[in-house]
Write a protein that binds this ligand. Structure first.
Ligand SMILES: Cc1cc2nc3c(=O)[nH]c(=O)nc-3n(C[C@H](O)[C@H](O)[C@H](O)COP(=O)(O)OP(=O)(O)OC[C@H]3O[C@@H](n4cnc5c(N)ncnc54)[C@H](O)[C@@H]3O)c2cc1C
Length: 500
């Protein structure tokens, strides 16, 4: 059995350098790894908000969290605030981590549903430590020594400058033996007998052969699409946004420990606070809004002075028909794209790298391993897609053609099933290893106005008084914890201030 010896990564954005960093860390020189990147082409230049799983990736690399935040101008993220999504003026937070605590067999929200129907519950936000802290602009890391306290359950992710992250990981990977090759890939040669990639040719004529190719070339999909013609599944009918404009502004306003997403007439706008600036962007549908109007809306809604020219981007929501095809795996934007509403792209990169490592082939490229990779990856993509669609579908907005389209569109059967089940009596089950856990779905269902008709019959094991006492206790403990937490700004200044 022949093992692989040379791995070529085409592309040096976040995807390319995250891949190179982890492979160099795990395989310690077992493979000859090269990253080809072109400064002239550059990277997509956006991608600043994450979900808590990124901590695991950084831990696998052995990065020190404070150093990582200093080097990437990072801040902490407890969740995402959705303004105007249900209707103009509405607001809710999808906070990471647990909500309250379970009682008997049931999640906390089941007791809340009953008490709320009797007018005896507070706002649902008060039962999540993450959300309550976010609303107070408070932050601290979870303290596992306080096992009985909600503080042990704080779950955080980060906002950071993705360009600085890629640079950081580039140094990390090169220190561990990865070779960086600057230049443009001009051609890709496929083997005539089986269509496997044999080599790439650089624009100066150098031919770089390898056994295994990782396509991290961004939206263009240089290997997986342009050379291998793998095909693309287009999901625009479910997620009609296909354009984005990004622009940074001076840091101003609240230094929030959360991302803000504000619905707009044909899409939504993000606000991501970093230490040195605030990242902003407008994601919209070109069918319902032209680029100039989208840019005007974005620039009229910055909370600090604009710092650069707006960057315009086009995309098609969907994924490659086969994300691993023959001896090529697509990682990052080359594999597909789901809009950044729930900050899942860097996560999809990280999970694809880990899955690729778990299914790393020998030189025979057994098809069973490739099929398993594609099955798991498709499942992950499709469940995240459903979660994002839910935000658009479950709206009361009918004020623009875009929102009327979203409200009235048919959704995938896998999502409709979840909506129907939750609408009945608030039940939701996490499927296999789907990314978003029950707590995430519950918060978005409720925040987007899907009110269950009933609640789980087991709730009635407890008397009404016991239910109210249970909920009051959670609320008051959370509020006391939030009171003593430092502000996000103070916490960052104390633990991980970036150089000016
Ligand atoms: C509007 C928008 C907002 C986003 N926000 C978020 C977010 O908040 N959170 C999140 O997790 N993700 C977000 N993302 C996604 C995130 O930006 C990407 O997943 C991430 O940056 C990875 O990009 P990439 O490395 O795949 O591609 P790129 O950054 O485009 O890198 C491609 C690389 O390939 C190289 N290359 C291309 N062609 C050639 C060639 N011919 N020869 C040599 N080199 C070549 C380029 O030089 C570059 O180095 C967002 C994306 C968009 C579009």
């Amino acid at each position: 059995m022949r093992q692989l010896s040379r791995i070529l990564i085409v592309g040096g954005g976040s995807a390319g350098w995250m891949t190179a960093a982890l492979l160099s860390r795990l395989f310690k020189g077992l493979y000859e790894i090269t990253v080809v990147e072109s400064r002239e082409i550059g990277t997509v230049g956006v991608g600043e908000a994450t979900i808590p799983a990124i901590k695991k990736f950084n831990e696998l690399l052995g990065l020190d969290e404070n150093e990582f935040l200093q080097r990437t101008q990072g801040s902490f993220k407890l969740g995402i605030q959705f303004n105007d999504w249900l209707r103009p003026g509405s607001s809710y937070i999808h906070g990471f981590g647990v909500i309250g605590r379970d009682l008997e067999w049931l999640r906390c929200h089941q007791y809340w549903l009953k008490a709320n129907s009797q007018g005896r519950a507070a706002d649902f936000a008060n039962y999540s430590i993450n959300t309550a802290a976010a609303l107070g602009n408070k932050f601290m890391r979870a303290d596992p020594r306080m096992a009985e306290s909600p503080i042990a359950h704080l779950a955080h992710a980060f906002h950071f400058d993705a360009g600085l992250y890629a640079k950081y990981l580039s140094g990390y990977a090169q220190d561990r033996g990865v070779r960086r090759r600057e230049g443009k890939v001009a051609d890709v040669t496929l083997r005539s007998n089986d269509g496997f990639i044999q080599s790439v040719t650089m624009d100066d004529g150098e031919v770089i052969p390898a056994d295994f190719f990782v396509d991290c070339s961004g939206f263009r999909g240089l290997l997986i699409e342009q050379a291998m013609k793998t095909g693309y599944e287009d999901w625009t009918h479910w997620l009609p946004c296909d354009r984005a404009i990004a622009v940074p502004c001076e840091r101003s306003g609240d230094f929030t420990p959360y991302t803000r997403s504000t619905a707009r007439p044909a899409g939504w706008q993000w606000r991501i606070p970093l230490q040195h600036r605030t990242g902003n962007g407008h994601v919209y549908s070109s069918q319902y809004m032209d680029d100039d109007e989208a840019e005007r809306i974005l620039c009229d809604n910055l909370d600090g002075a604009q710092r650069a020219e707006p960057l315009r981007l086009c995309f098609v929501t969907g994924k490659r028909k086969k994300i691993w095809n023959r001896n090529c795996v697509a990682i990052g934007l080359s594999s597909g794209f789901l809009e950044p509403l729930e900050s899942t792209s860097l996560h999809l990169i990280q999970s694809a790298i880990i899955r690729m490592v778990r299914l790393l082939p020998d030189a025979s490229f057994d098809q069973a391993g490739i099929d398993e990779f594609n099955r798991q990856t498709d499942f992950e993509y499709e469940r995240i897609r459903d979660f994002i669609i839910l935000h658009y579908k479950a709206t009361e907005r009918a004020d623009t053609p875009f929102w009327r389209y979203c409200r009235d569109m048919e959704v995938p059967a896998t999502l409709q099933r979840k909506i129907d089940l939750f609408r009945a009596n608030g039940r939701i089950f996490r499927e296999d290893e789907e990314l978003f856990a029950e707590e995430s779905w519950i918060q978005v269902f409720l925040g987007q106005g899907i009110s269950p008709r009933g609640y789980d019959p087991l709730v009635d094991i407890k008397s009404d008084a016991q239910t109210v006492e249970f909920l009051d206790n959670i609320e008051s403990v959370i509020s006391k914890c939030v009171e003593v937490m430092p502000t996000h700004a103070d916490y960052v200044a104390r633990t991980c201030p970036a150089p000016e």
